[in-house]
Design a protein around this ligand. Structure first.
Ligand SMILES: [Zn+2]
Ligand SMILES: [Zn+2]
Length: 137
């Protein structure tokens, strides 16, 4: 014994070294990620394509609005828009759900009513008519 470390002590030292390396690695890789996720999500104009009409968040790839389209025989259909993954079913911090027509806040259980123009594959657009409250007067 004496000056020599037992194999068990070496094992602990190696483990501590690995843990320190993992922590250092995490600190390095985490920093830029944190600044990205901390910065507020881009806000767009309500009604613009790829923008949530309720909280104005610019939707990322694969993020879709939660909508319910009512069946209709015509080309124009009514649909309700519940929100995007950032404001429905849970509002993220920094997002505000409001109606682009009457500017009133839209409760999580409420929704916007929109008309869906589906005349052709290239001519598809949505017009927001209002929230449940201002549509019902
Ligand atoms: Zn939203
Ligand atoms: Zn409204």
């Amino acid at each position: 014994m004496g000056a020599f470390l037992s194999p068990f002590s070496w094992f602990i030292l190696v483990c501590i070294g690995i843990v320190l390396m993992i922590i250092a690695y995490m600190l390095f890789t985490f920093k830029p990620k944190k600044t990205v996720s901390r910065s507020y999500r881009q806000k767009g104009k309500p009604g613009a394509p790829g923008v949530c009409p309720i909280c104005c968040t610019v939707l990322g790839k694969g993020e879709q609005l939660k909508t319910k389209v009512y069946p209709s025989e015509g080309t124009d259909r009514l649909c309700s828009i519940y929100g995007c993954p950032h404001c429905y079913p849970v509002e993220e911090s920094g997002t505000n759900r409001f109606c682009p027509v009457c500017k009133a806040s839209v409760a999580p259980e409420s929704y916007l009513i929109a008309r869906l123009f589906d005349r052709s594959k290239t001519n598809k657009h949505v017009r927001i008519l209002g929230c449940k409250q201002c549509r019902n007067g």
